[in-house]
Design a protein around this ligand. Structure first.
Ligand code: HEC
Ligand code: HEC
Ligand code: HEC
Ligand code: HEC
Ligand code: HEC
Length: 364
């Protein structure tokens, strides 16, 4: 893993060398972005190299695998590898194990909402085996439940609807999660995303990566400004869900582009569910059902087991008030990886750590 030696500690290098020229250029070139936390006050040279040459040499802080597209100094993983701390850019990979605790949300943890690819190194089933970060998953040449029919808002689907056996998932692009599936080059698939102002609440579906929740094309949601480094009931991502529907703007629609058969939007307590309900509002369960005690008597939002909502203008503090208690894929899973099998948010094999009881409150 050559990129580990090229880690960029972007935020620690920035802020001090603020230049009026770069700000002017920034506003001239992009018209915005002053609110984009980690990109604020940064010089182009932190992230771009025009010729990949300085004094006829490649600088040691540049990634070893270059040159990179979009004139980036390193790869996606090269920049996004490091240890999260308040104010840092989002790191989704690291050379030492991130602190996770029981659910990744306790105060002494430093894992972000998506989890980390670090644990794929322990076991292929603890994360997505992303190309450039891990070798291919020996057990899963295809995404489980892939049906090739679920598309992004731009009507493109991963692999054009066909997953060639053994193809590894990528950060972005045709076989990727971020950006459009219509373009192969990863930086082109998310073009402009890094230079788009952070909006916090993205409420309208867009085919622009920068106007989509976390550059996930067409997905909407409220973006916690620190990617849930220290989530609380009042400061967390607010995911989009739509009850009993298959809606392209939801966070589960991201997952179903590759795992479409695992989405169950049809069913009921009487008809039975198969598989487990996803995109179903617990506000619609019987008033005396066990689900009505999610978050206790007051129904306080639980960061350990997130619920999605139809409105994503702000984080919900209290739920079960209608349209705000929707089960989604990431209620149980982390998108990148976790210390547990199947990217689960908690240790399913090891009750009492099990997160199932946050909703199934009468089970233990
Ligand atoms: C040169 C360094 C660099 C490279 C290369 C880089 N990123 Fe980033 N990325 C950043 C920084 C810095 C941020 C934080 C921006 C902010 O929100 O303040 C970021 C943020 C993000 C986010 C979060 C956006 C949000 O809405 O919060 C995603 C997703 C992302 N990058 C994906 C990628 C992908 C995919 C690639 C490869 C095509 C990539 N990055 C390459 C530096 C980089
Ligand atoms: C913190 C890292 C970072 C800094 C600082 C940065 N960029 Fe970028 N830029 C990126 C990344 C990563 C990409 C490729 C992915 C994307 O477009 O989101 C990119 C893409 C671009 C693109 C192509 C996409 C587009 O929006 O047209 C241009 C042009 C660009 N940057 C110019 C600049 C200029 C000029 C500066 C300095 C004023 C600058 N960048 C500073 C990270 C950065
Ligand atoms: C672009 C396609 C793609 C998307 C989108 C995607 N996955 Fe996957 N997923 C895969 C592939 C390919 C595998 C099998 C190989 C691997 O583990 O990387 C997989 C495997 C998995 C596994 C089993 C891991 C293992 O190794 O046993 C889980 C769990 C999973 N995905 C959950 C999710 C969730 C939750 C989401 C949404 C947050 C999601 N996936 C989005 C492609 C995708
Ligand atoms: C985010 C909340 C939530 C979480 C977490 C959750 N469930 Fe569920 N589960 C539900 C809801 C709601 C139903 C459907 C209830 C209904 O229709 O009355 C359900 C249904 C079920 C059913 C079918 C029950 C039936 O009557 O057909 C089983 C079995 C089940 N869940 C097991 C689990 C297990 C095991 C876990 C942990 C891996 C888990 N659930 C995690 C909310 C959740
Ligand atoms: C209620 C919790 C829960 C929800 C919601 C949930 N999953 Fe899972 N998922 C699990 C558990 C637990 C496993 C481990 C295997 C099992 O018990 O079936 C799993 C396994 C998987 C696997 C691995 C399957 C394999 O063949 O190895 C994939 C892929 C997956 N989930 C994707 C998804 C996607 C996509 C969604 C949303 C559409 C989703 N999950 C929603 C709990 C959940």
């Amino acid at each position: 893993m050559t990129f580990l030696s090229n880690q960029m500690q972007i935020s620690s290098k920035t802020g001090k060398l603020f230049s009026v020229f770069s700000l002017t250029l920034w506003i001239f070139a992009f018209g915005v972005s002053v609110g984009y936390a980690a990109l604020d006050n940064q010089k182009c040279t932190e992230c771009h190299t025009m010729h990949r040459s300085q004094d006829n040499q490649v600088l040691s802080e540049w990634g070893a695998g270059g040159p990179y597209t979009a004139l980036m100094v390193t790869s996606c993983a090269g920049c996004h590898t490091g240890t999260n701390q308040p104010g840092s850019m989002p790191y989704v990979m690291s050379s030492v194990a991130p602190l996770y605790g029981v659910t990744g949300t306790e105060s002494n943890t430093n894992t972000l909402a998506g989890g980390s690819f670090y644990w794929v190194g322990d076991s292929a089933s603890r994360g997505h085996n992303v190309y450039g970060i891990a070798s291919a998953d020996p057990n899963l040449p295809l995404p489980p439940g892939f049906n090739g029919q679920d598309k992004a808002i731009d009507d493109s689907s991963p692999g054009g609807g066909i997953w060639l056996s053994g193809t590894q998932v990528t950060c972005a692009g045709i076989y990727g999660c971020h950006g459009t599936h219509a373009v192969e080059v990863e930086s082109t698939a998310i073009r402009g995303g890094h230079h788009h102002g952070l909006e916090n609440a993205i409420t309208t579906a867009s085919s622009e990566p920068g106007e989509s929740y976390r550059m996930l094309l067409g997905v909407v949601g409220y973006e916690d400004p620190e990617w849930e480094l220290t989530p609380t009931a009042t400061a967390h991502n607010q995911y989009k869900g739509v009850s009993l529907a298959r809606d392209k703007t939801t966070i589960s629609a991201l997952c179903t582009r590759c795992h479409g058969d695992f989405h169950s939007e049809a069913g009921s307590a009487t008809e039975g569910w198969t598989p487990h309900p996803v995109d179903y509002d617990m506000s619609d369960t019987a008033l005396d059902s066990e689900y009505r005690l999610y978050g206790g008597e007051t129904n306080l939002y639980q960061v350990a087991v997130p619920l999605a909502s139809t409105q994503v203008t702000a984080p919900k503090e209290f739920v079960l008030q209608g349209g705000d208690s929707i089960i989604t894929c990431v209620s149980c899973h982390r998108a990148h990886g976790s210390p547990f099998e199947k990217l689960l948010r908690w240790d399913y094999s090891g009750s009492p750590g099990s997160g199932c009881v946050y909703c199934h409150t009468s089970k233990s």
